[in-house]
Design a protein. Structure first.
Length: 424
């Protein structure tokens, strides 16, 4: 009989972003620093399972709840390990515990043959100035990465971002570009993607336009010379296959969901990359899943490269653009309990940014000021009111300095964005 769950510890930590990228990650992903680590204690002192949930991340299918935790207390660790409704962190920790109790890696527990011992992995950056991304690319190379996912936004010059990364990286280094639908429609996307495709290091294009614009996706794919990827959505998949609108998918969510999607994509021969965000604990799970999913041959994405710490006692092995699948029992990792104690947060587990003014400089003397990121996104992505990928575009961030001038400007921008043309 396998051990029973004796206790479940829920440890909320804040893993700070690295100083060089913290300012830029805070625009859209400040909340991603908050992670709930699950530690499952069993009646066997040698069997302790670990998992985690990025609390406010949109791709988390199920959050951990008090009710879910109560359901597993006293139960054998294998009873509910396939129940995704327990929450990502609990399910992950149960798999880890069962693997440790049986001496099997998670990928062995999943019942599929291993197809790779090394999985492709990607360095990840949110939107940032070109020089910051070039510096990040140097770090990525030093750390063993050969792929780099970046976020493209209208308020940064994507052509210069790619140019500067290309200057400091070798041939074979791939720059995968994610717009989060910021190009709005195929008419905007086609010329931008055509120009970027001339750059040798550009890899794939993710979500250049709206995910449910399948006719537009097909138009983009027919004209692009790089793979087109989108986030997998059950309600869109059949039509996307019928129209042959995309080349592959971003796969996220629970263990169950990743396995289901991976199996489905194999029947249609579509590419995929796993995107599970978290610390090194979650990266280990991604590698266990990637080891058995035949179509997961595009570089996997997590947020671990942006954090100051990975929560692991021994780092994962990464070289030549690939990460070694941990071969120990369970997730195959040792969690750094000292880091958990050091980074532990107190309720209410929310991070507050100062009030800010975001200035979108178009690059030709025109600019627009916004009081919130939501306002900025609405004006660019939803309403399409600003130029798409204008050369020379940039972003300035002004934090509240307590001055009367800031208060006046913030009050005005809160009512509506402030449009300005230099000299007028």
């Amino acid at each position: 009989m396998l051990p029973r769950v004796k206790d479940v510890e829920r440890i909320v930590v804040q893993i700070p972003f690295r100083d060089s990228v913290a300012k830029w990650f805070s625009i859209s992903a400040n909340h991603c620093q908050v992670i709930e680590v699950i530690r499952i204690i069993t009646d066997d002192p040698d069997v302790v399972g670990y998992g985690e949930t990025m609390i406010d991340y949109v791709a988390v299918s199920h959050s951990v709840t008090d009710e879910g935790v109560a359901r597993i207390i006293g139960r054998p660790i294998s009873d509910l390990m396939t129940d995704e409704t327990l929450g990502a962190g609990v399910q992950m920790a149960l798999y880890d515990a069962v693997g440790k109790a049986t001496g099997m890696s998670v990928h062995q527990l999943l019942g599929k043959p291993m197809v790779r011992q090394w999985c492709p992995v990607s360095w990840w950056n949110m939107e940032a100035p070109p020089d910051v991304l070039a510096a990040e690319a140097k770090l990525a190379l030093e750390a063993g990465y050969m792929a780099h996912k970046i976020k493209a936004r209208p308020w940064f010059d994507i052509y210069e971002q790619v140019n500067q990364i290309s200057k400091v990286t070798p041939i074979g280094y791939a720059i995968d570009i994610d717009w989060n639908c910021q190009l709005n429609q195929s008419a905007n996307a086609v010329p931008v993607l055509a120009e970027l495709s001339l750059q040798e290091r550009v890899g794939l294009f993710e979500d250049p336009i709206a995910r449910d614009d399948i006719v537009g996706q097909r138009a983009v794919r027919e004209r692009a010379s790089r793979p087109i990827a989108t986030h997998f959505a059950e309600d869109l998949f059949v039509e996307q296959m019928r129209e042959n609108a995309v080349d592959g998918y971003v796969v996220d969510g629970s263990i169950n969901r990743v396995l289901k999607i991976g199996t489905l994509l194999a029947t249609h021969n579509k590419g995929a990359f796993i995107q599970l965000c978290g610390s090194g604990i979650t990266v280990a799970l991604s590698l266990q899943l990637g080891a058995i999913l035949s179509q997961a041959h595009w570089p996997y994405v997590s947020m671990v490269t942006s954090f100051k710490e990975d929560l692991l006692a021994t780092p994962l092995t990464i070289k030549g653009g690939y990460a070694k699948v941990p071969d120990g029992p369970g997730l195959g990792i040792e969690v750094d309990d000292n880091a958990l104690d050091r980074l532990r947060m107190k309720p209410p587990y929310k991070l507050q940014l100062p009030r800010r003014i975001y200035t979108f400089n178009v690059g030709d003397g025109r600019s627009k000021k916004y009081a919130t990121v939501a306002q900025l996104w609405a004006d660019t992505q939803i309403q399409g009111n600003m130029p798409h990928q204008h050369r020379g575009s940039s972003m300035e961030i002004l934090d509240d300095d307590g001055s009367k001038s800031f208060e006046t400007l913030f009050t005005q921008a809160s009512k509506h964005p402030i449009w300005d043309v230099a000299g007028k």
